[in-house]
Design a protein around this ligand. Structure first.
Ligand code: FAD
Length: 321
């Protein structure tokens, strides 16, 4: 079922998760046990991130060697498992970066054969590698271009014109949103203007980047509504779990951690940090639920322990999903 149908049919707010494929050569068993574990919360859908090739440098006897490697393949296989083994709708992330439009079309065809009806279209992280586009091929630059490609396929328009019996695809399309503004955008208004264009191109809902101050989410939703964006905006949360998150999360995701939280974590013993992060998330979730959010999306990567602790505490607070 489509994410938008899940949202419109739900009587209570939904809980969804985002997981990341194992590193190349890794075992999928660990991830499967995470999926099994979180399935007890009956998530209507689970997102699986996608990762383009990255550049690495290796020092060899003959000099520095440039290596281009896709560190985390496997999105498609994990989606198939989630959908068919666990009966949970899978939401693969689709990227501009690292893929030609032709490769994207092939990927979308694979997904529709697997009866996967949802995708989240994002540009992709900048990992230092710009894949050359071979002659005769084309590439999506911004996520809006990707949304347009998927919308065209939904209308039966494939890249190759005049395909005989071209069947329209039927994808529900999510996009990313940034309560604290995308780091490249000159101001929040421009960022929201681009989000609006993505919605006009066919995006059906928005999932936000993580945030630790709910005010930034409420402010973002208000500005989106004022700009005429009327699709659901699902808040994304990540439970702060280790001290190093104080620096890695702002560095990797361009987000702020409120002073009160960072002070508490700085002063805590390492084995107490997860409890602090969970307590902070409990307050965020309770407030979001009181403010009528349609769903809450948790970035859990490959670790369900923080969210299990959170759910136990939410039960105590009678704030359950
Ligand atoms: P875009 O919408 O293309 O925007 C990028 C920047 O360009 C913004 O500043 C925007 O304001 C601006 N812009 C947009 N359109 C235009 C235009 N037409 N002209 C000029 N400027 C424009 N990364 C991964 O690699 N894999 C993932 O699986 C993944 N999943 C994600 C899931 C979520 C929910 C979110 C929020 C992010 C995810 N990311 C992922 C990270 C994302 O790829 C990066 O944040 C990326 O830098 C921007 O992606 P976007 O889709 O917002 O890009």
């Amino acid at each position: 079922m489509k994410v938008t149908e899940h949202l419109s049919k739900a009587k209570d707010p939904l809980i969804s998760f985002e997981i990341i494929p194992p590193k190349r050569g890794g075992d999928v068993k660990g991830l499967l046990s995470v999926i099994e574990d979180i399935s007890k919360y009956k998530p209507p859908f689970i997102d699986i991130t996608s990762h383009a090739a990255e550049v690495y440098y290796d020092e060899t006897a003959t000099g520095i060697q440039k290596i281009i490697k896709r560190k985390r393949p496997g999105t498609l296989g994990i989606c198939a498992l989630i959908q068919n083994k666990y009966n949970i709708d899978a939401v693969p992330h689709i990227l501009c970066k690292g893929f030609t439009r032709e490769e994207t079309e092939d990927f979308l065809i694979e997904l529709s054969y697997l009866e996967i009806e949802n995708v989240l279209a994002v540009r992709g992280d900048d990992n230092g590698y710009n894949k050359p586009v071979p002659a005769g091929r084309s590439a999506n630059v911004y996520a809006g271009d990707l949304v347009q490609q998927i919308s065209s396929m939904n209308e039966g328009k494939y890249l190759e014109e005049n395909l005989l019996d071209a069947k329209p695809s039927n994808f529900c399309v999510g996009i990313g949103g940034y309560p604290e503004k995308h780091f490249e955008s000159p101001n929040p208004e421009t960022d929201i203007m681009h989000a609006k264009k993505k919605v006009e191109a066919g995006a059906d809902y928005i999932v936000t980047q993580m945030f630790y101050d709910n005010k930034s989410y409420y402010n973002y939703v208000e500005k989106c509504r004022q700009a005429g964006i009327n699709v659901p905006i699902i808040p994304g949360l990540k439970i702060l779990a280790v001290k190093s998150h104080l620096t890695t999360l702002p560095r990797d995701f361009y987000i702020n951690i409120p002073l009160e939280l960072s002070n508490e974590v700085q002063e805590a013993k390492p084995d107490h940090v997860l409890d602090i992060g969970v307590d902070w998330a409990v307050k965020q979730v309770a407030d979001l639920l009181d403010n009528g959010v349609p769903a809450i999306h948790f970035y859990i990567m490959q670790n369900s322990r923080p969210v299990n602790k959170l759910m136990d505490k939410l039960k105590l607070h009678k704030k359950i999903f």
